[in-house]
Design a protein around this ligand. Structure first.
Ligand SMILES: Cc1ncc(COP(=O)(O)O)c(C=O)c1O
Length: 349
């Protein structure tokens, strides 16, 4: 049985969160002398001399309308990476608790755990890059607090079978985080609509991928209002800066433009895949539900170095378990993809 109170670190349960100047006053005022800001202004605009809204009210309202999720189910982090760290710190006691990851997968789940002295248990993916549920279930004990599911998965690119994730949500009494950073490029449905079904579900999204705003650093964790309340207690008071709040709000008004970019990227991904498959040194291009392709080549080191000499950087994943011989290639612009293909066509080992 899922029991949030039981799962939470006792010190976090007791924690009295920092109360900021903006928390202690909410109403109409003309003169703000409560937060030791610079009242004269700033070298930028008047606005930036003030601390930002710690609750990101307007931004959550806009996201709520787009996603059909009430604002109290939305937590915002300085990138998904901050959501990962705050989830780890809220639930896992250093030196006592553990998390489970499914390698090869996104690296920050493990790094956050390591920083917080939390044990990492690994259920390697099956050869078809799907979850190994039997191994996973065997790793769970009473100290397992979080299972991290990255779907679509980085670096393999595929989404996991929905029934497998549902199976975990139904049977695991800890938190299941489904990191959907790449969901917009996928044929698979998001788990975000399942929040009412599963009290232990956290769904993570980001503006860094489909929205094209990696530089802004905005990640979202959608969860029950009780989980969101906990994360809000633990986060730094002003974790989403004013510039990010302003620009993200503006960007969220451009859903049509983003949907068009997603369509183009998915089309180019499939074109790139076809061209890669036809090249002599390419052994396999894996199915992708993301904006990148995992590509197995016959001589990864040589090809990586050869591309680098031509100032084309891809990600070398050839030493990662299950990805032996693989390069991870992000879908670029039409011209960038052409340059990549032309360069690879001229490669000889
Ligand atoms: C699966 C996954 N989750 C999260 C992130 C980090 O996202 P953000 O830029 O929002 O911190 C990445 C970045 O590559 C990723 O691949």
């Amino acid at each position: 049985m899922f029991d949030l109170d039981q799962l939470l670190r006792p010190n976090i349960k007791k924690l009295i969160p920092y109360s900021s100047a903006r928390d202690e006053f909410n109403g109409e005022a003309r003169i703000f002398l409560d937060a030791n800001e610079n009242s004269l202004g700033s070298p930028l605009t008047k606005w930036y001399n003030r601390y930002p809204d710690p609750h990101q009210f307007k931004l959550k309202q806009a996201l709520s309308e787009i996603k059909g999720i009430p604002p109290e189910h939305i937590f915002l982090g300085n990138g998904s990476d901050e959501c990962i760290d705050i989830l780890t710190r809220s639930f896992c006691r250093p030196g006592l608790d553990n998390i489970i990851i499914n390698p090869p997968t996104y690296g920050m789940y493990e790094v956050s755990a390591a920083i917080n002295e939390v044990e990492v248990r690994k259920a390697r993916l099956l050869d078809n890059f799907q979850l190994d549920l039997i191994h996973l279930e065997n790793l769970v004990d009473e100290h397992t607090k979080i299972i991290w599911i990255c779907s679509p998965n980085n670096p393999t690119g595929n989404a996991f079978d929905r029934e497998d994730i549902e199976m975990l949500l139904n049977n695991f009494s800890g938190i299941v985080v489904v990191d959907e950073a790449y969901i917009n490029f996928s044929r698979h449905r998001s788990f975000i609509q399942e929040l009412t079904e599963y009290p232990n579900l956290v769904v993570m999204h980001t503006l860094s991928k489909a929205w094209g705003l990696a530089g802004l650093r905005l990640g979202m964790a959608y969860a029950s209002s009780s989980i969101v309340e906990i994360l809000n207690k633990v986060k730094p008071p002003y974790n989403i800066n004013q510039a990010t709040q302003d620009l993200a709000l503006k960007a969220l008004g451009e859903v049509d433009q983003v949907n068009e970019m997603i369509r183009v990227i998915v089309r180019m991904r499939e074109e790139l895949k076809m061209k890669l498959v036809a090249l002599p040194h390419v052994l396999k291009v894996y199915v992708s539900d993301a904006n990148f392709l995992l590509v197995r080549v016959d001589s990864p080191d040589a090809i990586y170095g050869y591309l680098l000499d031509r100032q084309i950087v891809v990600r070398d994943r050839s030493r990662v378990e299950l990805c032996e011989g693989c390069l991870r290639i992000t879908v670029g612009t039409e011209r960038e993809n052409d340059e990549l293909i032309n360069a690879l066509a001229k490669f000889s080992a």
